[in-house]
Design a protein around this ligand. Structure first.
Ligand code: HEM
Length: 461
């Protein structure tokens, strides 16, 4: 009887309205049915697709390929963007979730709320009050006053950030640090420009930091991920699918499927500096070790810093490439040290596609007037019943593999990612696109500004 009740609760369709609140999640395609009903059989099949180990569909260490089109740094820039706009720490993997009832703990705007928090008055622990409270607090990886910087931490090494995920691995942690230092350098720039009142210095620096970050998303990140022609097309002709009534919201097709494409870009190992190369995670290592031989976050030690020439074209090293975007994930992601039941990121993503009632990749392709993948492109999931109705996350990865050789997203994934990121900029009254669409970066050269320029301006290369 209990089983029957559970089964019934899982199988019902949840309400799908079109009127979303920007503090909650919503849907792009509320009229499309879920890719599958939530049954034990379907759950077992999804766990099979996302399992680790020999013979697994998504865990194939021998087939991890470099993406010649995208440098490794953009993986973590993507993760950083994700942490700026979407955070769902409450929905349940065990049951159906209604996006409209699930709170998004981030504002759906590309405004760096995971860095600034509510500002120096609301989140004073983020700021350096020896410097007037308008710069961020930064620390060092060791007591040596010449050692590289680290994000500030409390006595238990918990990062003092407005989003704990920005210390989930040490590369995203160091990217967070780069943004703290970028803001601090821009504060000096604004002061040198003659602004004196601390409040004005802070808000002008914050505006410049946000606009340069938004510029990079639009002019460097998105062209790599979805191609420049699509970005230009959406800017010129408008969005076809991502619409809102009052304010932008984050659609689950983006947060739970399309933008999780980045999990496939993660390499198993990274050379982070001249002396430190390690797996991104190794869950067999002792949790209490202050300096484990992996790149997990939450640790401070002299070797735990990033030389950005290993990640971006800074001219100071040989950057590593990101991994190709395909249905293979690096092995460490199948056994994350900081989550359990399941600890496989692939299984978690697939179960979320189910519990949020996401449509299939094929049905989204049809709505977009894009020819869906052939069934023969999905042979490996046919026996599990997913070659005609494929979970959107898996479909988008396979589409990138088949239609773009893993170098960028395919047409369905590109359209969702580009419409949402551009839409968030267009829907934010304070973004440069809304305030001054003709603006060009003031901190760059020749009217441009790239990640490498940001890192140089921040003084971290
Ligand atoms: C080492 C790198 C990364 C790790 C370990 C990681 C891990 C995770 C984990 C554990 C979750 C929650 C899974 C769940 O319970 O459903 C998650 C969610 C997510 N990840 Fe990643 N991730 C990484 C990189 C990325 C990248 C590069 C992107 C995008 C470019 C990305 C996009 C997302 C998105 C959109 C979510 C949903 C966030 C939310 O709404 O709460 N991640 N990731």
């Amino acid at each position: 009887m209990i089983f029957f009740k559970e089964f019934w609760l899982r199988a019902i369709n949840i309400l799908r309205s079109k009127f979303y609140d920007s503090g909650k999640f919503g849907r792009l395609f509320p009229f499309l049915p879920p890719f599958a009903q939530d049954t034990e059989k379907v759950r077992m099949a999804l766990l099979e697709i996302g399992k680790k180990g020999a013979g697994a569909i998504m865990d194939q260490p021998a087939n991890n390929l470099d993406n010649p089109n995208i440098l490794a740094g953009f993986t973590f820039f993507g993760q950083f963007i994700d942490h700026d706009i979407t955070f769902d720490p409450t929905s349940n993997l065990e049951q159906q979730n209604n996006p409209e009832a699930v709170e998004n703990f981030r504002t759906p705007a590309l405004e760096l709320d995971h860095v600034y928090g509510g500002g120096p008055i609301v989140n004073p622990y983020l700021y350096d009050f020896k410097q007037g409270g308008i710069k961020f607090l930064v620390e060092r990886v060791s007591l040596d006053g010449n050692s590289p910087n680290d994000i500030p931490r409390n006595s238990q090494n918990t990062a003092l950030t407005n989003d704990p995920r920005n210390d989930e691995n040490m590369i995203i942690g160091q990217l967070h640090l780069a943004f703290l230092k970028f803001h601090n350098a821009v504060v000096d720039f604004v002061k040198a420009d003659g602004v004196t009142a601390p409040d004005q210095v802070f808000s002008e620096a914050q505006r410049l930091v946000r606009w340069h970050y938004q510029w990079i998303i639009l002019n460097e990140y998105l062209p790599h991920i979805v191609g420049k022609p699509l970005v230009d097309n959406i800017l010129e002709k408008g969005r076809k699918f991502y619409k809102w009534r009052n304010k932008p919201f984050i659609p689950v097709e983006f947060a739970v499927a399309a933008f999780r494409f980045g999990h496939s870009q993660v390499r198993p190992f990274y050379q982070v500096n001249d002396k430190f190369i390690a797996p991104i995670f190794d869950s067999s290592l002792d949790l209490a070790n202050p300096d484990p031989n992996d790149l997990r976050g939450g640790k401070r030690a002299p070797r735990r810093f990033v030389q950005w020439g290993n990640f971006f074209n800074t001219g100071t090293g040989t950057p590593q490439q990101g991994k190709k975007i395909d249905t293979i994930l690096s092995s460490p992601l199948f056994d994350l040290p900081f989550v359990s039941d399941p600890s496989s990121l692939a299984q978690r993503n697939l179960l979320r596609n189910l519990t949020f009632g996401l449509p299939s990749g094929q049905s989204v392709a049809k709505v977009m007037s894009i020819k869906p993948l052939d069934r023969s492109d999905l042979n490996d999931v046919a026996q599990l019943g997913f070659d005609r109705s494929t979970p959107l996350w898996f479909y988008i990865l396979r589409e990138a593999q088949v239609k773009a050789d893993g170098r960028m997203l395919g047409p369905v994934g590109s359209r969702i990612v580009a419409e949402v990121l551009i839409g968030l900029l267009q829907g934010d009254k304070m973004s440069f696109l809304s305030q001054n669409p003709c603006w060009v970066p003031t901190l760059g050269k020749d009217g441009n500004f790239r990640m490498a320029d940001l890192l140089k301006f921040a003084g971290v290369v």
